[in-house]
Design a protein around this ligand. Structure first.
Ligand code: TMP
Length: 208
């Protein structure tokens, strides 16, 4: 049995992940738990460099398989360098996205075959599975409005069509429906305080 836990927060862009992750961090620190806050793509020096390649709006020509393998490459490093050692040390790893994003974006939205996604993902994660993936669910039209209002410009993935973003949302909901033991969907159109209460409830159940 493993010593630590891994909690993933995932979902559409603009669904409030950053605020929710901060609330999880504050909550777990107040409980005196040892934490690793991390993200995908990224989480390691190599992963952060891969992130720049993946999200740069300057390379719209990136093909789907390249995209899949780069997300997986960053994940392979993340799992081995950061996640597994932290879990072995009894820490709680909280990640902004993980493998659920690949299934949603590269399979459901991009259209790459599911068996290819599973093959590549399983090499990256090597049998590892998060305890829970919390999906913040929001209509992508609302999510994109929130992202645009930040005035930071859109990354390569955020520049995809609304149809792509709707398919990704559907992908998250399908994953949650197919694996209710490992996924929880939280309605992100609720007031933020309610979203945070719902998320903390899930976190407390996992670490109890
Ligand atoms: P964000 O984490 O800053 O929201 O941006 C990451 C973007 O990359 C987001 O649009 C989701 C996308 N993504 C994938 O397409 N596949 C993946 O495996 C991961 C981790 C993220």
């Amino acid at each position: 049995m493993r010593k630590g836990h891994m909690i993933v927060c995932d979902g559409g862009n603009g669904a409030g992940k950053t605020t929710v992750l901060k609330a999880i961090e504050v909550h777990l620190q107040a409980k005196g738990r040892e934490l690793v806050m991390t993200r995908e793509p990224g989480g390691t020096p190599i992963g952060e460099k891969v992130r720049e390649i993946l999200l740069s709006p300057d390379t719209p020509e990136m093909c789907g398989v390249t995209e899949l393998m780069l997300f997986a490459a960053a994940r392979a490093q993340h799992v081995r360098e950061r996640i597994l050692p932290a879990i072995a040390a009894g820490k709680i790893v909280v990640s902004d996205r993980f493998d659920s994003a690949t299934v949603s974006f590269q399979h459901y939205a991009r259209g790459l075959p599911l068996d290819l996604i599973h093959k590549i993902n399983s090499i990256a994660i090597d049998g590892f599975k998060p305890d829970i993936t919390i999906i913040l669910d929001l209509d992508p039209i609302v999510g994109l409005q929130r992202v645009s209002s930040r005035g930071e410009g859109l990354d390569r993935m955020e520049q995809e069509s609304m149809d792509f973003l709707h398919k990704a949302r559907h992908g998250y909901l399908e994953q949650a429906k197919n694996d209710p033991a490992h996924f929880v969907v939280i309605d992100s159109s609720q007031p933020l305080e309610k979203v945070i209460i719902d998320v903390i409830h899930v976190v407390d159940r996992i670490i109890a």
